[in-house]
Design a protein. Structure first.
Length: 191
């Protein structure tokens, strides 16, 4: 097992079309979005945080009717795909996932931590490497419950818990114009 925590033969690669990491087995030529079984979740989490969590930057102007959001996803055993880059098999109940997310929500809403910073290590979505940033999207591009909650938010606002087939989410709507970004999200001091 390498420093990625993946089983022998597996490596982390980057999809240029989706701008997301994926897992590839060089000997079998198998590729997949979720980690293969036998993955050391703790090692993979540390590797992804160190190598795939750079700042997402500021995108250009969105197309009309599109918004930009980040999210933090906690999956549970009844999720559409109960596995993630953090855990190859997710066994927690929906209730446990909601409790975990409530704890994250309290920390975010108290100002202790930003959703983007927490998403890097705690989100079950592969967007974690981009601080949960989903980029710009419009109507019909996300699951209905997610879309409705995201479009109801004001720029800079964080949702309460949103349930979808993927799991439970906290969503933060970003500003729609790059020039407004730095007013809502000032640079954080580096330690």
């Amino acid at each position: 097992m390498s420093d990625t925590g993946l089983p022998e033969g597996w490596e982390v690669r980057h999809s240029n079309s989706k701008n997301l990491p994926y897992y590839f087995n060089a000997s079998t030529k198998e590729s997949r979005w979720e980690p293969p079984s036998g993955t050391d979740s703790n090692k993979l989490k540390a590797y992804m945080a160190a190598h795939h969590s750079g700042p997402s930057g500021v995108a250009g102007l969105p197309a009309e009717g599109k918004i930009r959001c980040a999210h933090l996803l906690v999956k549970h055993r009844d999720s559409r795909r109960p596995s993630s880059w953090r855990e190859s098999t997710i066994t927690r109940t929906k209730e446990e996932a909601i409790e975990i997310l409530r704890g994250h929500e309290q920390r975010i809403k108290s100002g202790e931590v930003r959703l983007a910073d927490l998403a890097v290590s705690e989100s079950d979505c592969s967007s974690a490497r981009k601080k949960g940033d989903l980029g710009f999207f419009g109507h019909g591009e996300m699951q209905k419950e997610f879309e409705e909650a995201a479009f109801a938010l004001q720029p800079g606002e964080v949702s309460s818990i949103v349930e979808t087939q993927s799991g439970v989410h906290l969503i933060e709507r970003y500003v729609d114009r790059p020039e407004d970004w730095y007013h809502l999200y000032p640079a954080q001091p580096q330690n």
